[in-house]
Design a protein around this ligand. Structure first.
Ligand SMILES: [Mn+2]
Length: 381
């Protein structure tokens, strides 16, 4: 008896406001579906954050629909819960996953907390905030009781646990019932597999790099999903790696070697099939950040999809105010204009720079008016 366990596919996320990045998330989801069908497991578990939002963009809904239909055609049922991103906080509201009920998706929800297939119990709950943790823990005790008569018991949750994220957890490791053979978690974007209770507790992680701090984890452990065999006494877990559509490059360069380093990076990035995301830190020396920012963008914007930069000039003397006029402070207005230029819309640029001005002045009322007018205009069209 085998199943695929994935989570945190975050479809509909448009990283850095880029369509290309939105597509990457779709592409990697398609790949996951293909791999699952190749492996032919008995079923699939998706532990939440299928989508980035509880009201996903149509393309995201469509990509999910296509994938879930393919699974249905291959006779592979999928069990899913809503994560913190795709859960709807209103009482009795339905998460978007419900749309695929007729396509074979089985939603685990407070109304239907578990399913059984022969001797296998698959139960769980949607994401609960820390504020609702107590109710969740009570719910878990009920689920545990319902599971006792089954030979193989799987728990599906989308939560942070104190053992793994000591500052942002909703439940403690002691709150997780111990009698399950496999605890199929979502929420933490790194891969985690641990011995727990009578079996294993696992987070498959996100399928794409959702935040730049996931790059190191991806290099070390890859990204993808798990193929779990629960036939024996202990579940056997195999990593299935997905190939991410583009590279994330992190570089730290010294200001004194800026030109040489930029040439080297340009040559490398030019050799790649897909434009990478480049995160670069420039350090050492006394330089003007605005100028370096422009140099970086001029030399690399053609071979990189996005250049994110960060500056650590030699420490500024304490009595100097780096934000004084004419000093090396970043020109934030210019940065906003540059980053919004892809929208090709004066209105969007005006919104960005207008908000910057009013919010820097502390005029929240004026900022609100700007935002309000922008949306009024938008929905007029
Ligand atoms: Mn997530």
């Amino acid at each position: 008896m085998q199943f695929a366990h994935l989570a945190d596919t975050h479809m509909g996320y448009r990283q850095y406001g880029l369509t290309e990045r939105e597509n990457d998330f779709f592409e990697v989801f398609d790949q996951a579906i293909e791999e699952i069908i190749r492996e032919r497991p008995d079923f699939v578990i998706h532990s939440g954050d299928l989508f980035e939002y509880s009201r996903p963009p149509t393309r995201a809904l469509l990509t999910a629909q296509k994938g879930i239909l393919k699974l249905k055609e291959a006779n592979i049922p999928i069990y899913a819960i809503a994560g913190n991103h795709d859960v709807v906080m209103r009482k009795n509201a339905l998460p978007p996953q419900i749309l695929y009920k007729d396509f074979g998706l089985k939603l685990i929800s407070p109304n239907q907390p578990f399913y059984t297939v022969g001797d296998v119990f698959i139960g769980g709950a949607p994401y609960a905030s820390k504020y609702h943790a107590k109710q969740l823990v009570e719910r878990l005790q009920t689920i545990e009781k319902s599971s006792l008569d089954y030979g193989k018991r799987i728990l599906v949750l989308h939560q942070g646990i104190d053992r793994y994220i000591p500052y942002e957890y909703e439940i403690k490791i002691g709150d997780v019932p111990q009698n399950f053979n496999y605890c199929a978690f979502g929420h933490i974007h790194e891969r985690v597999v641990d011995d727990f209770g009578e079996g294993k507790l696992a987070y498959p992680g996100s399928t794409e790099i959702w935040r730049s701090n996931e790059v190191e984890g991806y290099r070390k452990n890859g990204k993808g999903f798990y193929l779990v065999d629960i036939s024996g006494d202990m579940p056997e877990i195999e990593n299935i790696d997905l190939k991410l559509p583009r590279e994330f490059i992190k570089e730290t360069i010294r200001y004194s070697e800026l030109q040489d380093e930029l040439n080297r990076i340009k040559e490398y990035t030019n050799s790649l099939q897909r434009k990478p995301i480049l995160m670069v830190t420039v350090e050492g020396g006394n330089f003007n950040r605005s100028e370096v920012y422009e140099t970086l963008n001029q030399s690399l914007s053609e071979t990189c999809l996005a250049v994110r930069s960060n500056y650590r000039p030699t420490a500024i003397k304490e009595d100097e105010n780096p934000f004084e006029k004419g000093k090396e402070a970043l020109d934030i207005k210019k940065m906003i204009e540059h980053n919004l230029k892809d929208f090709n819309s004066e209105k969007v640029t005006e919104l960005g720079t207008g908000l910057l001005k009013e919010l820097s002045d502390g005029d929240f009322k004026a900022a609100e008016t700007i935002a309000h007018n922008f949306y009024e205009d938008l929905y007029d069209h």
